[in-house]
Every structure is written in structure tokens, then in C-alpha cells.
Design a protein around this ligand. Structure first.
Ligand code: SF4
Ligand code: F3S
Length: 103
């Protein structure tokens, strides 16, 4: 699953769709982690969609990731500032691709 200490272990390498991106990033195969408060490991996400469908405040939006080995779309935590720390997405993701820093 996602490294919960990614913000200490990885460098912030840029921004996409208004959220931070944490490296290593080497597209299309390596896309890193998107978001900070709500973080999605793009190299683990396989586009299950349960997070996006069930988040009570609609934090996530789909983005296309053609050529990525796990899936050709991912969820962006576009509205991570709206997150209410319910932890539903963390619990429901079948591959533990999401970390929410509720501290
Ligand atoms: Fe949405 Fe809850 Fe996940 Fe926050 S913790 S992104 S509110 S499902
Ligand atoms: Fe991806 Fe997990 Fe959501 S696989 S789409 S982060 S439920």
C-alpha cells in the first residue's frame, strides 16, 4: 500500500490539477503520489472507483493516465481541502492506495 510517510520520504516534484505531486515520477509508467492531506499513490491505484463513488463530500475526480501499467485512469484528490477525515476511502480501497492525514 501507500507509504504513510511519503511526505518525508519523497520530494515534492510539482503540481497537477491543483494538487501536489510527490516523486519519483517518470511517465507514463511512474506517476508518484498525488495530493497531500488526501494522498493517492498513482502507481498502486487500479481505478476501482469505490473512493470516488462513496466519498461523502466528492473529493475525487477522474484523470486519464494512458500507458500506466495498473490502469489508464486514476482518481485525483482535486477537492482534498473539503475532506472531513471520515476515512471511508482509506478503508474501502482494495489496494490501499490512499492515505488521509487526519492528525
Ligand atoms: Fe472523502 Fe472521507 Fe476520504 Fe476524506 S476521508 S477523501 S471525506 S472518503
Ligand atoms: Fe484507486 Fe483505490 Fe480509489 S484503486 S480509484 S484509489 S478505491
Amino acid at each position: 500500500g501507500i507509504d504513510p510517510n511519503f511526505d518525508a520520504n519523497l520530494e515534492k516534484v510539482g503540481e497537477e490539477n491543483g494538487v501536489d505531486v510527490w516523486g519519483l515520477v517518470d511517465p507514463p509508467e511512474k506517476l508518484g503520489i498525488h495530493g497531500t492531506h488526501v494522498a493517492v499513490d498513482y502507481d498502486i491505484c487500479l481505478a476501482d472507483g469505490a473512493c470516488l463513488e462513496n466519498c461523502p463530500v466528492d473529493v475525487f475526480t477522474w484523470v486519464d493516465t494512458p500507458g500506466h501499467p495498473e490502469s489508464e485512469k486514476k482518481v485525483e484528490p482535486t477537492y482534498e481541502d473539503q475532506c472531513i477525515d471520515c476515512m471511508l476511502c482509506v478503508d474501502i480501497c482494495p489496494v490501499d492506495a490512499i492515505d488521509v492525514d487526519a492528525s
